[in-house]
Ligand binder design. Structure first.
Ligand SMILES: NC(=O)c1ccc[n+]([C@@H]2O[C@H](COP(=O)([O-])OP(=O)(O)OC[C@H]3O[C@@H](n4cnc5c(N)ncnc54)[C@H](OP(=O)(O)O)[C@@H]3O)[C@@H](O)[C@H]2O)c1
Length: 334
């Protein structure tokens, strides 16, 4: 049996609301490859090992089973306030945020969430597990008015005491500049794709300047992501030669180096794995044997601007390509 890691030793982040969150958590998107039962079992095993942050979402389709795991975790003596649980409103519920949050709370068997995200900044919906070429004719570009309508419901959740912190996900600097001035409650965190070959330095630094904690998804380069999100030109982070060299020097799997780098850089990675040996090393690596300054510099040089989660299924009629979702030229693409 693997030795638990004291959660008090895990680095913490201070949010702009004064709340603290763990500097690493566990992802719960089982991709198209892992069963909901396996993900829920991993959540329970991870809590036993010392994980306290769990990244959930209604669209992952497994919150009811994860809720049963949370119940068992708390029955075992871990208190609710020791956990940091986040979830997200899916694109088809932007007009029913409060109902959607209540459903997540019921499924997760919780009275409140520590952090609740708007999963994508537009209401474009696609069926779970759909093909990469699928398009919804109702899809439309980002709209300030629609986003604010959704955000005001997020703020209401805080007033209602159902949510402690609110956040954004999959947004860009132009979109943030568009909505931040109108927020009564600023996002406490922004969940964004972050891994060695996709470091998003501008957005990462912008979030820090705004006091918004970056949460990094696909932190290992998501080797098990759905096929619809794979492109033959994609970099395989855990095979980058410099990264493999650093892993050899520390005698660990390259995945672990991605996470050490992420935590030391200041983002909060949320790696996924259902395998105990993997998620154990993913947590343990944050409390021992840090990367040197020289290694951190090498890691910084590995950015290849290689985005995996392009979001092409959310494109609207008339959009040119997935780049339109990411405001590449510095203005919001309409
Ligand atoms: N906000 C959003 O829109 C958004 C989008 C995507 C993801 N997310 C969140 O981010 C989480 C993580 O992203 P992800 O699952 O796509 O990618 P990831 O964490 O980068 O990659 C997960 C895969 O990495 C491998 N792995 C994990 N630990 C390892 C270790 N110690 N050694 C070797 N291999 C290891 C596992 O593959 P093997 O099973 O092959 O070992 C695992 O399936 C998701 O679960 C979800 O919660 C959010």
């Amino acid at each position: 049996m693997l030795k638990p890691i004291d959660p008090a030793r895990v680095p913490q982040r201070l949010l702009n609301t004064g709340d603290k969150m763990p500097g690493i958590g566990m992802g719960t998107f089982g991709s198209d490859r892992f069963s909901h039962d396996d993900v829920a079992a991993a959540v329970e095993g991870a809590a036993r090992l010392g994980y306290r942050l769990f990244d959930c979402a209604s669209c992952y389709g497994n919150e009811d089973l994860i809720g049963q795991s949370f119940k068992r975790i708390m029955d075992s003596g871990i208190k609710r306030e020791e956990l940091f649980i986040q979830s997200k409103v899916w694109n088809d519920k932007h007009k029913e945020v409060i109902e959607s949050c209540k459903k997540s709370l019921k499924d997760l068997q919780l009275d409140y969430l520590d952090l609740y995200f708007v999963h994508w900044p537009f209401p474009n919906y696609h069926a779970p597990g759909c093909d990469g070429d699928a398009r919804n004719p109702d899809s439309k570009p980002y709209s300030h008015e629609e986003f604010m309508e959704t955000w005001y419901q997020m703020e209401k959740l805080v007033e209602m005491g159902l949510v402690r912190n609110i956040g954004t996900s999959n947004v860009t600097i132009p979109k943030m500049k568009d909505f931040l001035p109108d927020c009564k409650i600023k996002p406490a965190a922004n969940e964004m794709e972050l891994h060695p070959s996709f470091q998003q330095p501008e957005l990462f630094n912008y979030c820090l300047e705004q006091g918004i904690q970056p949460i990094g998804f696909c932190p290992i380069g998501s080797p098990t992501r759905p096929d619809r999100d794979k492109d033959p030109n994609d970099v395989v982070d855990i095979q980058m030669p410099e990264l493999v060299e650093i892993a050899k020097a520390h005698n660990v799997h390259p995945a672990v180096i991605c996470l050490k780098w992420a935590v030391q850089r200041g983002q909060t990675p949320i790696p996924f794995s259902i395998y105990e040996n993997e998620y154990e090393s993913n947590l343990r690596c944050t409390v021992e044997d840090p990367l040197t300054d020289e290694e951190m510099k090498i890691m910084a040089s590995l950015d290849r601007n290689c985005r995996f989660i392009k979001g092409q299924v959310f494109l609207w009629e008339g959009a040119k390509g997935w780049e339109d979702l990411w405001d590449i030229d510095g203005t919001i693409t309409k």
